[in-house]
Design a protein around this ligand. Structure first.
Ligand code: SF4
Length: 307
């Protein structure tokens, strides 16, 4: 964006953050349907909104949008609808990304319809068309946990114009999620490596297998995400940089809090910096002896693959 336009955008956020946010959400909603040939099957039972095994990350924009749409405060809409959680991002190792996410089954699903449809989170808007755009549709359609999804049972048309919209929406999502993480944790994306906690996690998961005569639990090779999240919320979420998330969410109900977040969202230099800390220089925490230790390191396999 040119400097003069940027200054205009930033000053309009400072003057009226609600107006700026409403315009941003309108643009997002317009793009959500622009040139789309995709419609949910009328017979769809909404497994994506209900099933626990599909976690839906959200950004601060999604929280602000839902609060505005429901004419309530962010601090009132957060409890019961959203939570701090972990995403596997389809990884097969022990590294998880810390994120805000929707509760599941999604509390916004009412009579099998999305009750916040115009401001639904960007991941809900993107699914499943972005998979076609990224060439991942067929591989996902073969996955077991998508077997109940009617949208995977036929090919989804994607025109070149719609593909461009998908790319643009994905870029908006990347910015929203990076900046949300920065606002909440003072860092870009934060990851946790649980590989040193497999015994504890297996214990919490109640591994039924016993190894050797000592009767020790044999560590599990796959731990359910709920078990990892439960461990995270119980032992890790109270440590910096994850402590204080509720206060930061409540601060979004003030004009200052909204201006602060929206200005961060507009900051190209910050975004560039956060993107530079991508998968090669990711911020990865380990929980050791009750404390979090942080390290910048690569997330790429095979170094951190465990099988
Ligand atoms: S926000 Fe709406 S579309 Fe997204 S999971 Fe919830 S009910 Fe479904």
């Amino acid at each position: 964006m040119e400097d003069s336009k940027k200054i205009q955008a930033i000053s309009s956020q400072a003057e009226n953050p609600r107006q700026w946010l409403a315009a941003y959400l309108r643009n997002r909603a317009d793009l959500a349907s622009y040139r789309s040939d995709f419609d949910c099957d009328p017979a769809c039972t909404r497994p994506g909104c209900k099933n626990q095994d599909l976690q839906i990350p959200v950004s601060i924009i999604d929280l602000l949008g839902a609060a505005m749409y429901r004419d309530t405060s962010v601090s009132a809409i957060y409890p019961g609808n959203y939570a701090l959680g972990l995403l596997s991002n389809e990884r097969e190792d022990w590294i998880r990304t810390v994120t805000l996410r929707l509760q599941k089954p999604c509390p916004f699903l009412e009579n099998d319809r999305c009750s916040i449809y115009p401001v639904r989170p960007l991941p809900c808007i993107l699914f499943p068309e972005y998979l076609v755009n990224e060439g991942k549709f067929e591989a996902n359609a073969r996955q077991d946990h998508f077997k109940d999804y009617l949208c995977f049972q036929r090919l989804i048309p994607l025109s070149p114009e719609r593909a461009k919209v998908m790319t643009r929406l994905k870029k908006m999502w990347k910015r929203e999620s990076f900046i949300s993480s920065f606002y909440l944790f003072n860092h870009g994306l934060c990851h946790i490596d649980f590989s040193n906690l497999v015994k504890e996690l297996s214990h919490e998961a109640g591994s039924p297998r016993e190894a050797g005569s000592a009767g020790e639990m044999e560590p599990l090779r796959i731990i359910p995400n709920q078990v990892m999240e439960h461990f995270f919320l119980k032992h890790i979420a109270g440590c910096q940089p994850f402590a204080g998330v509720r206060e930061k969410i409540d601060y979004l109900d003030t004009r200052e809090g909204q201006v602060e977040f929206l200005q961060l969202l507009q900051d190209d230099r910050l975004m560039k910096k956060l993107k530079q800390c991508g998968d090669d220089r990711a911020l990865v925490f380990r929980f050791v002896k009750g404390k979090l230790q942080a390290k910048r390191r690569s997330l790429s396999p095979p170094e951190y693959k465990f099988y």
